[in-house]
Ligand binder design. Structure first.
Ligand code: PLP
Length: 394
């Protein structure tokens, strides 16, 4: 078997299971799980209906590139959302089976194993970036995002020697777990570095539609590129998803968009990779991308939960409402693992230790001393969990 499989780290939720094993939470308190970033708002009925209507389509093989209707719906959505003058559905957009699959697969297509290969990842981070790098034969390099640097990736910390061999950088904006959104200035600097050192930017934007101010949607890679005069999106691909936007995490539907030359090669890879979207998924995705009303309502539900829970939780665990996404990234009064274990054992609330989302780098684990709290449960459960956290004084 591929020896690189042995380089993969256990997934955070496996470590969480081990951490909580043997604890006996109070039986009179119902369990509330805020550890997993899985949306739990109901799927809109019109999406289910579009899926149902398209079921007979499973009698044929779908194309890897997706149906033209889906590519057009995605391109039109992205043009509206990011104020783009043009985004060609034929060459600059590719449907994928959720952003996770595509974030992983992209590295396999992008990395040149005949040269030194390094892949930069934020730290803490979504673990798929690291696994993708390792299985592509590359070396991950972690850039810490900490309270001290405002949770941003400090590209300027890397020397020309560090950049040598970097072929790919993952950025996550809005970030998981911090919710931070990259600014236009940061994008400008990153584009310059990509041009200078010849690497590709993979921008994970799966939380882009969960934000709090309707007049200020998060900036994305394509919007930043267009605003900075890179209308062909050179060296950039962004990854988007319906999972969180439209509450369909089980449907597995997202897209990749950006540099046409990179997508042409990625499509070639994907014809072998074989993750074409089934016809009902494509039809339901067209319906979802074409509608915004359900997304506005989805945001309203999250905003109400953040309004209610943030001040309550912040009384016990310092945290701020994020720029976007559905996590609170909260400081713990003791080791994050110890806090998470005791909160579960004594209050029956599950949160994710930040150190499980991070790697030690330069003697520092930038996730330690934090927990990630996903406000995905019902408003009542989130309010109850917030009250339990507030009354927990370990
Ligand atoms: C940062 C980040 N990227 C990507 C994904 C994958 O989402 P999906 O594959 O459902 O699009 C997740 C899922 O939780 C995530 O947190």
């Amino acid at each position: 078997m591929n020896p690189d499989l042995a380089r993969l780290h256990p997934y955070p939720f496996e470590r969480l299971r081990q951490l909580l094993a043997g604890a006996t939470p109070p039986a009179d308190l119902a369990p509330i799980n805020l550890s997993i970033g899985e949306p739990r708002h109901p799927t809109p009925a019109f999406i289910l209906e579009a899926y149902r209507r398209a079921l007979p389509g499973i009698s044929s093989y779908p194309q890897t590139a997706g149906q033209p209707e889906l590519r057009e719906a995605i391109a039109a959505w992205a043009r509206r959302r990011y104020g783009l003058r043009q985004l060609d559905p034929g060459t600059q957009v590719l449907p994928v089976a959720g952003s996770r699959e595509a974030l992983f697969a992209f590295a396999q297509a992008a990395i040149d194993r005949t040269r030194t290969a390094r892949v930069i990842s934020p730290n803490p981070f979504y673990q798929i970036y690291e696994g993708a790098a390792l299985l592509a034969g590359a070396q991950p390099l972690y850039l810490p995002t900490t309270a001290g640097n405002g949770f941003r990736m400090e590209f300027e910390r890397l020397s020309p020697l560090d950049w040598a061999g970097v072929q790919l950088i993952y950025v996550c904006t809005p970030g998981n777990p911090t919710g931070r959104v990259m600014t236009l200035d940061e994008w400008g600097r990153l584009f310059e570095l990509a041009d200078r050192h010849g690497f590709i930017i993979a921008s994970d934007e799966c939380y882009s539609e969960i934000y709090f101010d309707e007049s200020r949607p998060p900036l994305g890679a394509l919007a930043a590129a267009a605003q900075l005069g890179r209308e062909r999106f050179e060296r950039v691909v962004m990854f988007s998803s319906l999972s969180k936007r439209s509450n369909v995490p089980g449907m597995r539907s997202g897209f990749v968009a950006g540099d046409a030359e990179l997508l042409r090669r990625f499509l070639l890879y994907r014809t072998y990779h074989g993750a074409a979207l089934s016809p009902p998924v494509q039809a339901a995705s067209v319906a979802a991308w074409n509608d915004e009303a359900h997304v506005v309502e989805n945001r309203r539900l999250y905003a109400a939960k953040f309004d209610q829970a943030t001040p309550v939780i912040a009384g016990a665990l310092p945290c701020l409402r994020p720029d976007a996404a559905f996590y609170l990234w909260a400081r713990t009064p003791m080791a994050d693992t110890e806090y998470a274990r005791r909160l579960y054992a004594e209050r029956h609330v599950t949160v994710l230790p930040g150190s499980f989302l991070s790697r030690d780098a330069d003697g520092l684990n930038p996730g330690s001393g934090f927990v990630r709290i996903a406000l995905v449960a019902t408003p009542d459960e989130v309010a109850e969990a917030a009250a339990r956290i507030a009354s927990f004084n370990p």
